[in-house]
Design a protein around this ligand. Structure first.
Ligand SMILES: [Zn+2]
Length: 259
């Protein structure tokens, strides 16, 4: 079982400049689950030797374009042999039922080809094959967004998605083997809605995963140096922390990182 990072950049400037890719990540186990396939996810699959048609489920945590853009493409990829419906999409209410403008993030043209769609709701774990995805709360612009804890093949993987820190967040990520933290910024800049290094330390200190992987890194963090930020976070939290790079793979059992 492994996690492949198809994009590790975050924030508007990085999204447009593509200094880091924005394709989300793929959890490859008994089921292949693609989380937050942002712009370039499909291209990244090919660049990193991933077969997109072997994806079993797509998870889109909120309706921001850096998480959502290639989701319809991935639904197409799952159904490139349209002999029967296949694949599962788990997404926020804003994406599947409509946002404040009444718009859906993914058209029914794509979702009707899937075998199942599920709106993620707090307190309602979702069975995906033999895996269980438990939505976790966020404080972010899309109030229907979510992070998740995935229990699959005897491992537990946490993903914060985009959220600022709040004290009741940490208990949701207890007992994780790996926690993927969308640590957008190196420091506070007065704009709420995202984790930055000091708040990621607070989160890790309270939930103690075996490994934390920083991703969704924005311009300030990339300038400051992702490796330096990871070392700083590791020293302050006592949790082993690495900064993801595009194409990086993590073996979920051994926690070995291959860049
Ligand atoms: Zn967002």
């Amino acid at each position: 079982m492994e996690i492949v990072f198809l994009g590790t950049g975050g924030g508007r400037f990085n999204l447009i400049s593509q200094i880091r890719r924005t394709g989300g990540f793929l959890i490859r186990g008994s089921l292949n689950i693609h989380a937050d396939p942002g712009p370039g996810a499909l291209v990244a699959c090919h660049d990193f030797s991933i077969h997109p048609e072997k994806t079993g489920a797509v998870v889109v945590t909120h309706n921001h374009i850096d998480h959502l853009n290639d989701a319809a493409l991935m639904c197409e990829a799952i159904n490139c042999f349209p002999d029967r419906k296949r694949g599962i999409l788990v997404a926020s209410k804003s994406i599947l039922a409509g946002d404040e403008y009444g718009e859906r993030g993914i058209s029914p043209y794509f979702t009707k080809k899937l075998s199942r769609t599920e709106i993620a709701r707090q307190g309602k774990p979702i069975k995906i094959g033999g895996a269980t995805l438990t939505p976790t709360p966020v404080r972010h612009e899309d109030m229907t967004g979510f992070g998740f804890v995935l229990d699959m093949d005897g491992a537990r993987i946490g993903y914060t998605s985009d959220t600022e820190y709040f004290p009741s967040l940490a208990p949701h990520f207890l007992h994780c083997d790996i926690l993927i933290a969308n640590n957008l910024k190196s420091g506070a800049d007065g704009v709420p809605g995202h984790l930055y290094s000091a708040t990621t330390v607070k989160l890790l200190t309270a939930c103690h995963p075996r490994l934390c992987v920083l991703s969704h890194m924005g311009q300030s963090l990339l300038k400051s140096g992702p490796g330096k930020e990871a070392r700083k976070i590791q020293k302050a939290s006592g949790v082993r922390t690495v900064a993801a790079t595009d194409g990086m793979r993590v073996d979920v059992r051994t926690l070995r990182v291959k860049k």
